[in-house]
Design a protein around this ligand. Structure first.
Ligand code: FE2
Length: 307
């Protein structure tokens, strides 16, 4: 591994350290904390200051408890080790640094082990609203506070179980073309469910007091969090499994359609149902369209050691 100057930066899509790790085929990496630049810390500080009043207004109560319990530093990019000291005591989850993309099966399997693959780069300071790919603010400030909640943490683990069930199911199909066709459909269903809950989920507040946000994509975007609750341009419907698994989504603009869960128990019960439907072959023919399933994601399921 070449050496990198302290403070030289871990900026999204512009970090030589990450490029070198990827070129090396590494998935899990260390967080080279001294590489963060002054701009990286400043980006974190501004994002946190911008989001805090929006979280107070829009975020789910469990998220706010999570932010408190993690003791995140509003001024600086956090060390994952520090975050994990608080997080692992609560639910056993740990944020683990990754170089970037993790093949789908490995991603879900990590959740099953209560490891959360975590991006360590920071978005550009001059483009705080633009997210070409997840960054540490999305992963640590958007996702990880929810992982302090036991019911939510268990839901992520169940996603991992689902991935195992999917791999076993697909590996049992003899005809290679049919195997790929079915697996493509199942991964699409799982990705859509994950997207409309964990990434972009809304939840009904108790006693009819409106809606709250628990999806990390919304919790890490200053523009979209307010839009998701207040804008008449966004359609919001009760979370339904049969709809969500057949609903395409696009990642490059605000979501025009969001789904509202009743509670975390509700989301958990739907993951159970998703797994049942999978076993019954009811995910084999979901509607075509986004997201497109990458070859590497299909392979990760077919090559998985399961059963
Ligand atoms: Fe995410």
């Amino acid at each position: 591994m070449p050496s990198f100057a302290p403070g030289s930066g871990l900026t999204t899509t512009e970090a030589p350290f990450i490029e070198a790790a990827k070129a090396n085929g590494e998935i899990y990496i260390e967080q080279p904390f001294d590489l963060y630049s002054a701009d990286n810390h400043e980006a974190w500080r501004r994002l946190y200051a911008q989001m805090l009043p929006l979280w107070e207004r829009y975020a789910n109560d469990q998220f706010m408890k999570g932010i408190e319990n993690l003791c995140l530093d509003p001024q600086r990019v956090p060390r994952l080790d520090d975050v994990n000291k608080f997080l692992s005591k609560l639910t056993g989850f740990k944020a683990k640094a990754v170089a970037g993309y993790v093949p789908a099966f490995r991603f879900f399997d990590s959740l099953r082990e209560r490891d959360f693959p975590t991006t360590i780069t920071v978005r550009r300071l001059d483009k705080l609203d633009y997210l070409p790919e997840p960054d540490i603010f999305h992963d640590i400030a958007g996702h990880v506070p929810m992982h302090t909640d036991p019911a939510f943490a268990d839901t992520l683990v169940r996603f991992g179980d689902c991935a195992h069930t999917a791999a076993e199911y697909a590996q049992s199909i003899k005809d290679p073309d049919e195997q790929i066709r079915v697996l493509d459909s199942i991964i699409k269903a799982m990705a859509r469910f994950f997207w409309f809950t964990i990434e972009f989920g809304l939840m009904r507040r108790p006693n009819g007091k409106g809606l709250s946000v628990y999806g990390s994509g919304l919790l890490s975007s200053a523009g979209e969090i307010a839009y998701s609750i207040d804008s008449p341009d966004c359609q919001r419907y009760p979370l339904q499994l049969e709809w969500v698994i057949n609903q395409y989504f696009e990642i490059d603009h605000y979501q025009p359609l969001l789904f509202v869960a009743d509670s975390f128990d509700h989301v958990f019960s739907l993951v159970d149902e998703l797994e049942k439907w999978m076993k019954d072959g009811r995910l084999n023919n979901v509607a075509p369209g986004e997201p497109l399933v990458a070859e590497a994601d299909l392979r990760s399921f077919l090559d998985a050691q399961v059963g």
